[in-house]
Design a protein around this ligand. Structure first.
Ligand code: CP3
Length: 350
């Protein structure tokens, strides 16, 4: 059971309250833009070693909390630990990103994917969560996360990052029945993973569907909206009071379907959505989280402060969490993040 503590502004916002000062955390708030991260990253060796060594992962999770006093700490890990835990070889190439031995069709489902060792492989992640929660200031909310089935499947089938998603779409559009088996496997594994994260201390969880916007509407209903709905239901069945945030990046007007159909308590909105549309179409149903353009944070200055104040003015009178429209990029000057936090909290005047 996660007790809903009254002194955690981020949790309160997810429960539908409107805190007087918007709570703030940032996707990818830990990472390469921070010198203290780069130092630990060099010591850890590979990125996966960093994720699976609780001493390192705990420290990296806490770095942005210490530096900026954010309202949420997000577990340091990656969405691709699920395919890895299912037995699919995964490695990260410096300067390139994630690489996987691509799943080359339905036959690979039984040959490669085995959920039996899921919790065993992911045990270090649960240890990290227990350690971070023990060290967190009492007003900071512990966030767990996982990738959504569609986004994780794109990496599994393409073997890494993709520009056009040609291979995964060939499978999804050409043989939807067998692709459904892959999605079902991911719904099940992801639900178990998120429930275990909550049992280890996560007080809310976010589901990242970074590539939702790559699909046409009908396919997005089937491969994004419905799987997220099933994951939310599986989490709520075991942890009815734990809020779930969905991030269907690029979903455009389909964001309303995630609000109406998935059961998510919060929606993370990307930077392309107009603020008045977010307010009128989404904020009446869910808590909204967003949506400063990460490049605006790189540029900083008066333009950034004006954009931040505009977002707060338009969304701050309802349930709202300040965040970016996507993750912090490595080029971000760390002092701009400090300025962002101060501006959201009304501590800057220029
Ligand atoms: O938000 C946080 O601070 C928590 C940690 C976190 C990471 N990845 C660490 C990471 C989270 C929440 C993620 C999610 C993730 N991972 C997503 C969804 C959100 C998004 O950004 O769209 C996706 C698509 C991935 C897959 C992934 N992992 C890619 C494409 C890459 C390479 C690109 C990049 O930014 O390096 C990664 C690697 C990765 N995941 C790094 C970090 C800090 C960089 C690894 C390094 O230090 O070399």
């Amino acid at each position: 059971m996660t007790a809903t503590s009254p002194d955690k502004p981020l949790l309160r916002a997810l429960q539908g309250e409107t805190p007087s000062v918007p709570p703030i955390w940032l996707m990818r708030q830990a990472g390469r833009y921070l010198p203290e991260y780069r130092e630990l990253r060099a010591q850890a060796g590979s990125f996966l070693d960093l994720c699976f060594t609780p001493d390192f992962a705990t420290e990296v999770t806490l770095q942005p909390i210490r530096r900026y006093g954010l309202d949420g700490a997000i577990l340091f890990s990656d969405i691709l630990v699920i395919p890895y835990a299912l037995g699919q070889p995964l490695w990260f190439e410096q300067g390139v990103g994630p690489k996987l031995e691509a799943l080359d069709g339905p036959d690979a489902l039984d040959r490669v994917l085995d959920p039996a060792r899921l919790h065993e492989v992911l045990a270090p992640v649960y240890t990290t969560l227990r350690r971070v929660t023990a060290e967190l200031p009492p007003d900071v909310t512990m966030l767990g996360f996982a990738g959504a089935p569609w986004t994780v499947a794109t990496y599994m089938v393409e073997g890494g990052t993709s520009k056009d998603f040609a291979t995964v779409k060939r499978w999804a559009f050409g043989d939807p029945d067998s692709f459904q088996r892959l999605i079902d496997q991911l719904v099940d594994s992801t639900s178990r993973y998120l429930n275990a994260q909550i049992e280890a201390g996560a007080e809310a969880v976010q589901i990242f569907d970074t590539w939702a916007g790559s699909l046409p509407a009908a396919a997005q209903e089937r491969w994004c909206v419905d799987p997220i709905r099933r994951i939310v239901a599986a989490v709520k069945a075991e942890h009815p009071n734990t809020p779930v945030i969905a991030f269907p990046k690029g979903a455009g007007p389909l964001y309303t379907r995630y609000a109406a159909q998935t059961g998510a308590d919060g929606l993370s909105v990307d930077a392309s959505l107009p603020l008045d549309w977010i307010r009128t179409q989404l904020q009446g149903t869910v808590t909204v989280q967003g949506n400063l353009d990460p490049q605006q944070l790189v540029v900083g200055g008066p333009g950034m402060r004006a954009a931040i104040r505009d977002i707060c003015a338009q969304l701050g009178n309802g349930p709202f969490i300040f965040n970016l429209g996507h993750g912090v990029v490595p080029q971000t000057p760390p002092e701009h993040v400090a300025e962002l936090v101060a501006t959201v909290r009304g501590e800057t005047t220029t």
